[in-house]
Design a protein around this ligand. Structure first.
Ligand SMILES: [Zn+2]
Ligand SMILES: [Zn+2]
Ligand SMILES: [Zn+2]
Length: 244
């Protein structure tokens, strides 16, 4: 599959030739024994039950997309220059294929094609997979120098799915409570003022011009009293559960 293996580091050779998602022979009897993790330090594929002794090693999660092995673009980019390799989005993660996929038809029309296997690609991309880019580099430059990155730390992303959910739930709930509280108070205050103003006008009409001045003071002071009592009531019950 690869043009030459002499210029490819061993971990990369194995990564691109290993068959993932087969059942682990060591853990044949166990559930979830698909080999979906690659250890870059030991250059072997692992099932979840094989993981404990490798926890401190650099581990690469292998995923499946349309029945083929993919890795997250984030992970791939730490190991290899993925420029111009077509990426796909699956489960809100960008992924790249490890290897080229068999094609049903090999027609060449106008458009954009993989520089190695002629697969039709979206516009700015030049390679359908990591191995097609590696093959191309070996054919044209004879090596991968400058395209491989030194990566000393590559943990499995097992916790990030679990962390994202509570965070995204908590934030809107907190801001919601704050805004509905202040909004509610503001609403009450406005309505109280409008009501007082109406009363004032009515009184003014009924009692005539002479009653205008005294009517103003009583109309004004109750408003501030009401506001104050409302504010106190609000302040007294901050522990109230937010409405859902
Ligand atoms: Zn290992
Ligand atoms: Zn295993
Ligand atoms: Zn290709």
């Amino acid at each position: 599959m690869l043009v030459s293996s002499s210029h490819i580091p061993y971990w990369l050779q194995v990564l691109l030739t290993e068959k993932f998602y087969n059942a682990c022979i060591i853990h044949e009897e166990a559930k979830k024994n698909e080999k979906n993790v690659y250890c870059l330090d030991c250059c072997i594929s692992l099932c979840p039950h094989c993981l404990p002794p490798h926890r401190s090693h650099r581990l690469l999660q292998i995923r499946r997309y349309v029945y083929h092995d993919v890795i997250r673009l984030d992970d791939a980019g730490k190991l290899f220059d993925c420029t111009a390799v077509q990426s796909y989005t699956t489960n809100s993660a960008k992924v790249v294929f490890l290897n080229q996929r068999p094609q049903t038809r090999n027609f060449r029309g106008s458009g954009n094609f993989c520089s190695t296997c002629d697969r039709s690609l979206q516009d700015p991309y030049q390679y359908c997979s990591l191995s097609c880019k590696i093959n191309y580099l070996l054919r044209t430059t004879g090596g991968l120098s400058g395209y491989l990155y030194e990566c000393n730390y590559l943990p499995l992303p097992d916790s990030d799915d679990g962390l994202m959910t509570p965070d995204s739930v908590l934030e809107p709930a907190g801001s919601n409570r704050t805004s509905s509280g202040s909004g509610g108070f503001g609403g009450v205050d406005c309505r109280t003022l409008a009501c007082t103003a109406t009363t004032e006008i009515v009184r003014k009409k009924r009692s005539g011009g002479s009653a205008y001045r005294p009517a103003c003071r009583p109309a004004c002071s109750p408003v501030s009293e009401i506001s104050a009592s409302l504010m106190n009531r609000r302040k007294g019950t901050p522990q109230r559960a937010p409405l859902y």
